[in-house]
Structures are given as C-alpha cells and as structure tokens.
Design a protein around this ligand. Sequence first.
Ligand code: NAD
Length: 479
Amino acid sequence: MMDRKPLLINGVWQSAAAGSENINPSNTNDVIAVYDRAGVHDTRSAITAATEAAPGWTAASPQLRHDILDRVGNELLARKEELGALLAQEEGKTRPEGVAETARAGHIFKFFAGEALRISGEKLASVRPGIEVDITREPVGVVGIITPWNFPIAIPAWKIAPALCFGNTVVFKPAELVPGCAWELTDILQRAGVPAGVFNNVYGPGSEVGQAMLDDPRINAITFTGSQATGARVAAACAKHMRRLQLEMGGKNPFVVLDDCDLDVAVDAAVNGAFFSTGQRCTASSRLIVTEGIHNRFVEAVLERMRGLNVDNALAEGTDIGPVVDEAQLQQDMRYIEIARREGGNIRQGGEHVSRATPGFYFTPALVTDTTPQMTINREEIFGPVASVIRVRDYDEALSVANDTEFGLSAGICTTSLKYASHFRANARAGMVMVNLPTAGVDYHVPFGGTKGSSLGSREQGRYAVEFFTVVKTAYVRP
Ligand code: NAD
C-alpha cells in the first residue's frame, strides 16, 4: 500500500476519504504516487481558512512576503532536475522540457519576490483646491486558482506567486492528472514559511472541488486556465457572484510562412511550435498557413524533419516527443485525424498510436496537408501533436486566414520582409505575435494572454499581473 500525499488546509496536512493514483503516461504500469482527493467539505474548510487568514496576510510586511517567495524560487531552481523529472513522469513532456518549466517556475517566484517590495501608488493633484488625491492598490482578498494539466508547475507558479505577492490568500485546485508537481510546490511553500491558511491545496475533481469554489461567495476572485467549455462555466458562476475573473483558454494559433522566408528558420519554428511538448500547448502552432511559392519545399522539409523526431518515454535520453497525457487525449487526437481524413485532408505523416518498450500513450506527430480554413481541424483545438497546412496565394490571404478563428492567443509569421512583419504585428488579432519564432515559447517576466475566445480579463505574468491581483482605491483627503 502506497502512502497517500495529503491535502494542505489551514497550514495542516490533512488526509481525505478518497485518493487518486497518479499514472505515468510513458508507462501505465507505473503509479507515481497516490494523492488525497478533496471533496466539497474540504474545499469549504480551505475557503474558511483563506478567509480568516486574509487580514493578517494583507497586513504582513512586504519583507516577509518577499523572503517567502524568494525562498520558494530558490528551492525550485535548486531542485529543477528532480522536479523536472517528476513533471516529465506525470505529464509526459520530455525531461529537458520538464526541467526548463521548473526553472521557469523558480524565476517567476523570484520575480514576484521583488515585486512585493515595489508595490506603489500614485498621487494626483485634485482639481479642487486644498484636497489631496491618493491612489493605492489593495489585495483582492481570497483568490481561487484553477489550473490545467499541461504546465503542471509553471501555470500554478504564475498564478500563486503574484496572488501571494500582492497580499491575497489562496485556494488552489490543480488539475486531476498532475497532482505531483502541485503537491511538491505546496510542500515548498509550506516549508518556506507561508502562514497557516494563506495557501491551501485542495486537489480534486473539477466537477466537485472546482464547482464548490465557483459556488462559494467568499472567494473574491478566480483565475482559471483551461478549456473554453470549462471557462464558460467559470465565467457564468463569477457573473452570478459579481466576482473578479481571469480566464486563459485555448488556441488555434496560425503560423504564416511567406515565400521570402528563410526556409530553415521556418521549418525550425514550425516543428518546434507544432510538436514540442507533444503539441499540448495552448500556444502550439496548429495551423501552418503557407504561400504557394514555397509551399511544396516547406512541406517536404517539415516532413523530413519530422521523420527524425524520436517519440518515446518522456524520461529516456534522446526522446524528442513524449506521450500524450492520457487515454482520453489519445482518443481525441486520433478522432481528429479521422475527421481530417473524412473531410479531405491528406495525412502525410504520423497520427498513429505506436508501441514502445513500456505501455504508454505514444502518438506520432501528424502533418495534414491540403486542408481548407473551414475544415474541423482548422476550427477546433485538438491539443495534440497535429498540424495542418493551408495553402494560400499571398500575404493578404494569409493574414485573412490567420484571423479567421474564434481564438486569438498567439500568431506567428516567418518572413524576411520588414513590411510584412510590421503589418502582421499590427493586424494579427492575437494577444501575442511572434516574428521568425515559434508561436509557443514565452518569457516569464512579460505579459501573457490573448484576445477573442482565448482570454478574458487582464494579463498574467510580469508587472501586468498587478491588475488582476489588486484593487485600486482612490482616496480624497482634505487635511
Ligand atoms: P479543463 O477545462 O478540462 O480543466 C481545467 C481545470 O478546470 C482543471 O483543474 C479542472 O479540474 C477544472 N474544472 C473542470 N470542471 C470544472 C468545474 N465545473 N468547475 C470548476 N473547475 C472545473 O482543461 P484541461 O484539459 O486541464 O487543459 C487543457 C486546456 O487548457 C486547453 O484548452 C488549453 O488550450 C488550455 N490552456 C490554456 C492556456 C492559456 O494560457 N491560454 C495555457 C494552458 C492550457
């Protein structure tokens, strides 16, 4: 019998009635650990603890907040190899990708440690004589954090660190499939000295724990990353309670390749953007929009590069692409391949479930050519290593196809023309634009987020995070 990893509620490790096995997608015989699973009662206890801890944490010295966040960042960086391997084991991205993600989480904590010392206000001259106007920022209160499985440590980090930095208390619900990194991060926060009740981890099912968070009016703000379908539920619940909300959701990110591009740069960026991290990135380059002068050369070069990609165990040396995260995701990827075939797409390579030395959800990266913008695979997020190619006449058509989507997270272009690069930057309807770079892959200290159906609310990360995690107060004083 394996020991269970408990929940953290009100500064105390607590066991629950039920537990969930954390299964390694590279080897389904490997049960990484068993994690206690919160229910509605545990969730309410965590919300009570966060509510009661809020006044003390709000009043705590910025120095204390700085020191705790800095310690967390230091430990994440010191243990990036070990935690990165755990991340790869539970989520399926490769070990180097897991290590890089853990390092990113460490840097995020250290960034917000500094921000705790830089919380500032503003003083404006009143239009009325003898009156002073002060603008200050205050914490929102209790923040509910709901995260997806595909970045098991970076996304929790970029929500938890600013929440704590700006004096909020936290009820954190990690995704069902990746309790391991969330538990380790919780343990690090606890040992770093976060006071009781300020940070609570209620790992458990979205329909139960997540829903209990949405239904509880004591949560003052919810920051959510996940699918559009769940995001819509979160938004409806927040509207009911008039609660502050931040949503980061899916993408169908275009990567435009123009005739004048450097072909090597285009192939590198497309293959990285579409297939690395097993294509399970909200910023993945899923639509490759290619002008006709370079179309055939580009497709052949991408296929050639794909043949060299090694799909295998996430922890094995030399693996380029790990397994997809679970059986349901594997079935979803294969279903979209079937739909693409039925609608007239040409599956040039990949799109198959393959066996390796250990039983796992191995799926070969797929390139689908001869697709049109209206096909299902160009409209819906697949969330796997599947890229489609859309052939276009020229830049104008490429831009129009790029923007023809309900999503608006990231958009990329590969060109040597300053004119087209500048025009694309200004006219791509996306929160992030990449020139001669993959659509995925962002820095930890600058704003992250999208437009249209991809995001709602203010930006995450960097100095822009202050907008969501604080409330502005304007004070008028007649001395
Ligand atoms: P998901 O929507 O299924 O789950 C996200 C979280 O919501 C999980 O913790 C889940 O338990 C919880 N949840 C589910 N039902 C709930 C409910 N009724 N009430 C409250 N919470 C509930 O998404 P996922 O499959 O974990 O993640 C994949 C999705 O996340 C993709 O669409 C991807 O594009 C998106 N994503 C977006 C970004 C971004 O920043 N834009 C980043 C990473 C992932």
